[in-house]
Design a protein around this ligand. Structure first.
Ligand SMILES: [Zn+2]
Length: 333
């Protein structure tokens, strides 16, 4: 048995170039059943699926190593479905993921500029649910008091039902009104770090058919958060609005449940962040990990054992052997 295993047997060392090695790694990955980390169509990534791969190659495009060491564990650390052969390669993979996350935000904004939305009052007028005098009265109350949403004033001063406001908002945002049916706070508390529930008003509601995660919001959608959640959970995310009272009660219940252990950290720059993420991966040696950007935060989730996920995408089974890190860049904590 050879002491060192040659990575690619069909080539001799002297013709090997980094770019050729990269191309061949990609081909080999494909035959190994590699699935692109971004796409959902390839099904879910099961942390630890690398166990069945007899010889795993490094996932870094910049990997220069042509020999792999047989005693090095090729399951850990795994980042976004790929194993890194060395700290340097893990760092390259993390950096690539970070620039992807940055680019995606910009591309997303360019592709979908802030769409003009019909004001809620006009939506309600068009539906015939309020009159012009009612709308004028509500707007005046909002102006005089200098606070409150127009919908709240319509409910408080003009006798509208809260349910009509939610219906109006769903027309304004072209999205469904969701219900809290099937909401299990203990399970949903594990979906995302608490800070996203508190700060962005995201409320994971339920998973349907093991592949769709329903996410409820109170008065507006959040497309970029939904995208980040899709990538992290490897589930399709359907967003919709909830009636305010239902939303607040469900959120209260969720926030009382145990979440995945979360560490909040601040990095001085994206370069420092990449180094920090790499250090965590090297230290914790997770069987799976992912990094997504959610507004100003970078969210790293690591799965320490292959049994840490349940049946739905990569969602944690019970919070054991999963850890979250939420990073912000610069002075914000
Ligand atoms: Zn490598």
């Amino acid at each position: 048995m050879p002491f060192l295993t040659k990575k690619l047997d069909n080539r001799s060392m002297d013709v090997r170039t980094p770019s050729a090695a990269g191309a061949e790694s990609a081909l080999l990955w494909e035959s190994d059943g590699y699935r692109p980390s971004r796409g959902l169509e390839g099904g879910v990534e099961v942390p630890g699926f690398g166990q069945s791969i007899p010889r795993r190659l490094c996932g870094s495009d910049e990997c220069m190593s042509t020999w792999t060491v047989p005693w090095r564990n090729r399951r850990r650390p795994t980042f976004e479905g790929q194993w890194g052969c060395s700290g340097r390669c893990v760092l390259a993979m993390v950096r690539a993921a970070m620039s992807r996350e940055l680019g995606e935000g910009e591309a997303g904004m360019a592709a979908a500029p802030h769409r003009h939305r019909v004001p809620l009052g006009l939506v309600l007028l068009a539906q015939g649910w309020i009159t012009h005098p009612q709308l004028r009265h509500a707007l005046e109350s909002q102006r005089v008091n200098g606070r409150g949403r127009i919908g709240d004033w319509l409910v408080a001063e003009c006798g509208l039902e809260a349910e009509q406001i939610t219906r109006g908002l769903s027309l304004q945002w072209s999205c469904p009104v969701l219900s809290v049916r099937g909401f299990v706070p203990e399970a949903m508390a594990l979906v995302m770090p608490r800070v996203f529930v508190e700060e962005f008003g995201l409320l994971p509601l339920r998973v349907v058919g093991l592949r769709i995660l329903y996410m409820g919001l109170e008065d507006r959608l959040d497309a970029s958060a939904a995208l980040a959640m899709e990538q992290m959970a490897q589930l399709k995310v359907e967003s919709g609005l909830l009636d305010s009272a239902q939303f607040r009660e469900a959120r209260r219940q969720l926030l009382q449940c145990d979440a995945v252990e979360t560490k909040m950290e601040t990095a001085v720059s994206t370069t420092a962040l990449a180094a920090r993420v790499t250090a965590i991966l090297e230290q914790k040696q997770p069987v799976a990990s992912r990094l997504v950007r959610l507004h100003q935060y970078y969210w790293l989730r690591i799965w320490l054992e292959s049994g840490a996920t349940g049946k739905s995408g990569t969602l944690p089974k019970n919070g054991e052997d999963v850890q979250d890190y939420v990073f912000s860049i610069g002075g914000r904590a």
